[in-house]
Design a protein around this ligand. Structure first.
Ligand code: SF4
Ligand code: SF4
Length: 84
């Protein structure tokens, strides 16, 4: 998997543990980056998977707010229970 945009420094404590829901990104993603721009935790990034660009989430820092799912124009993001 090749990361196209990602902060890999990770020089800050993980803060995503207390979330109750997490976003799951399906193959419907058209790589528009809207979710990346709107995530208030700046925890989303673009990656390349099987030759396709797709959004990804760093769950260590995601708070489960669901904004990414709300703004996605093609409904590619589902919010599911954190432990699913
Ligand atoms: S649920 Fe919220 S914090 Fe998590 S990736 Fe989506 S917008 Fe960011
Ligand atoms: S907003 Fe939706 S379509 Fe756009 S990059 Fe994010 S998941 Fe993919």
């Amino acid at each position: 998997m090749k990361y196209l945009l990602k902060n890999d420094k990770r020089n800050y404590p993980a803060t995503g543990e207390w979330k109750t829901k997490k976003p799951v990104i399906s193959d419907k993603c058209i790589a528009c980056q809207k979710c990346v721009r709107h995530c208030p935790e700046a925890t989303m990034f673009m990656k390349e998977e099987n030759g396709r660009r797709k959004a990804g989430v760093d769950y260590d820092f995601c708070k489960g707010c669901g904004i990414c799912a709300e703004v996605c124009p093609v409904k590619a993001i589902s919010m599911v229970k954190k432990d699913d």
